[in-house]
Design a binder for this molecule. Structure first.
Ligand SMILES: Cc1cc2nc3c(=O)[nH]c(=O)nc-3n(C[C@H](O)[C@H](O)[C@H](O)COP(=O)(O)OP(=O)(O)OC[C@H]3O[C@@H](n4cnc5c(N)ncnc54)[C@H](O)[C@@H]3O)c2cc1C
Length: 465
């Protein structure tokens, strides 16, 4: 056992199971301190994330204390300013898991160089991913740009590695503190109305994540291939915020899935595969974090229309399935994948608004916001990403609604003004002629654009690329 204190830098890893850095710290040290660096500025544009992180800190702190580990929260402006001071401290070793975003990985290099120079013991571990992105490459050593061959290869690479040995957290001898100027969680938690809504819908914890996975596998995975398309069907796992914040490791998801022989497992794991693919993309092609993956989109004539953008954000476009999706997002911090595609396509193709506006809004509202998935999801929708939807694929919000929300239950849930509409009008309320049933323009907005016109305009603009 080392006499030094073992420091564990907590980022998106609110779990004990498969938390390699924390496990190693408790194996090597009698005294371990976990610390979280709270960047106030970051959460100003990620309000939903702020709630999830603070709730997770609250819950994880109690869990760590049972293992005699203190969790210390330190407010910082930049990670660099914090670590530049830490390099001058002594009597500690430090451990952390990787976050697969180019900025984090670049910073890991900076830290490694400095810890080495100062002869401070440190160790960096694999984070929440199946394969390190540079393990999955084409035969010629270049990265994949198309999902299907990527995933075929990635599955093989992963299967070659398992079974991995499962290690466990050890209880520390006694609790200790390490940092001065730590802050208390109740200084950070606020009581916004939206947070009250989150409280009703979500419980950020490792235990809940595990339970959710198990009940999804037991009750839903069989029907997943079809069920995942229907937004009112609860056919998906809703694990995304837990995976994002590391309350569950994707290796655990994989392990639990392959234990059973049920239909839908392969399709479900392929979605985890899209997450792997997106992480590979942003690391091999980091230019896509601030612009288009496909450069030919750089001169696309996006339109600036504040009125349209606001109507989209508020769920007041006059297209029920789009409005239902945006209101689901605004109320719960989550939106069903099919509806993310429909609302995204509507913003980019019907309104011709830059996908970056949508990306920014989702980033602020999503509890599962994840750089790789959000950037790639938006570029997929816009057609400028790798292996993206072609420009001529313009989701028709009326037909999408009629196909995937046949009975209109999803719309009625989130757009209550339409709850008395007969089924045949639910996705085309402008066809209601009886004002007693619906006074269009008063009870519910008229469509902000006409689908056919918007479609032709978008096709013409995209064709010119
Ligand atoms: C415009 C747009 C933006 C998106 N932004 C995000 C985001 O910020 N964070 C995020 O996690 N996902 C994002 N997605 C992907 C997807 O919509 C969500 O992961 C999914 O809806 C989460 O619900 P679930 O956990 O029930 O998924 P399930 O269907 O149960 O899938 C299980 C897990 O697989 C992963 N996954 C599922 N679908 C996808 C996908 N299409 N791409 C990548 N990974 C996937 C997620 O980790 C998910 O939790 C976005 C998609 C689009 C079209």
């Amino acid at each position: 056992m080392s006499k030094n204190v073992g420091l564990f830098w907590l980022k998106d890893d609110f779990r004990f199971k498969r938390n390699l850095a924390l496990i190693e710290a408790t194996k090597n040290h009698d005294q371990v301190v976990a610390f979280y660096l709270y960047k106030k500025q970051k959460f100003e544009s990620q309000e939903a994330q702020k709630w999830w992180v603070l709730k997770s800190l609250e819950e994880f702190k109690k869990k760590l204390e049972k293992q005699n580990i203190n969790l210390e929260i330190i407010e910082v402006n930049t990670y660099r300013s914090f670590f530049d001071k830490l390099f001058h401290k002594e009597n500690f070793s430090i451990y952390w898991n990787k976050v697969y975003e180019p900025n984090y990985l670049k910073f890991d290099n900076y830290l490694s160089k400095n810890f080495k120079n100062k002869r401070i013991q440190f160790k960096i571990f694999k984070g929440n991913i199946l394969n390190e992105f540079n393990e999955v490459l084409k035969g010629d050593g270049t990265p994949f740009k198309v999902f299907t061959p990527f995933w075929r290869n990635a599955e093989k690479v992963y299967l070659d590695k398992i079974p991995l040995q499962e290690k466990k957290i050890s209880k520390c001898k006694n609790r200790t503190s390490f940092f001065k100027n730590t802050i208390k969680l109740d200084q950070l938690l606020s009581t916004k109305d939206i947070y009250k809504k989150f409280e009703k819908n979500w419980q950020p914890s490792e235990e809940i994540a595990t339970k959710k996975l198990k009940s999804f596998i037991q009750d839903k995975i069989n029907e997943y291939s079809e069920g995942r398309n229907f937004p009112n069907n609860f056919g998906t796992s809703k694990l995304s915020p837990y995976i994002k914040h590391g309350q569950i490791h994707v290796e655990t998801v994989w392990e639990e899935c392959i234990k059973i022989k049920k239909k839908g497992v392969n399709k479900f794991l392929a979605e985890i595969g899209w997450r792997e693919f997106n992480h590979s993309l942003i690391n091999f092609f980091p230019h896509m974090l601030s612009g288009n993956y496909s450069k030919k989109f750089d001169n696309f004539p996006w339109e600036k229309n504040k009125k349209f953008l606001t109507a989209w954000k508020k769920g007041l476009t006059g297209y029920p399935i789009v409005d239902a999706g945006m209101r689901e997002l605004n109320s719960t911090g989550w939106m069903h994948n099919r509806v993310r595609m429909i609302t995204g396509s509507f913003l980019v193709k019907h309104l011709l608004i830059d996908w970056k506006e949508g990306e920014k809004y989702f980033k602020n509202c999503l509890l599962d916001y994840n750089e790789a998935n959000n950037i790639s999801g938006w570029q997929w929708v816009a057609g400028c990403g790798a292996d993206a939807a072609p420009y001529f694929r313009i989701f028709n919000p009326i037909l999408q609604g009629e196909k995937f929300d046949k009975e209109g239950d999803y719309v009625k849930k989130w757009v209550p003004e339409l709850k008395n509409l007969p089924k045949k009008f639910i996705h085309r309320p402008w066809e209601v002629k009886d004002k007693k049933i619906l006074n269009l323009g008063k009870d519910y907005p008229e469509p902000i654009v006409i689908h056919e016109h918007a479609r032709s305009k978008a096709l013409a603009a995209f064709k010119n690329l």
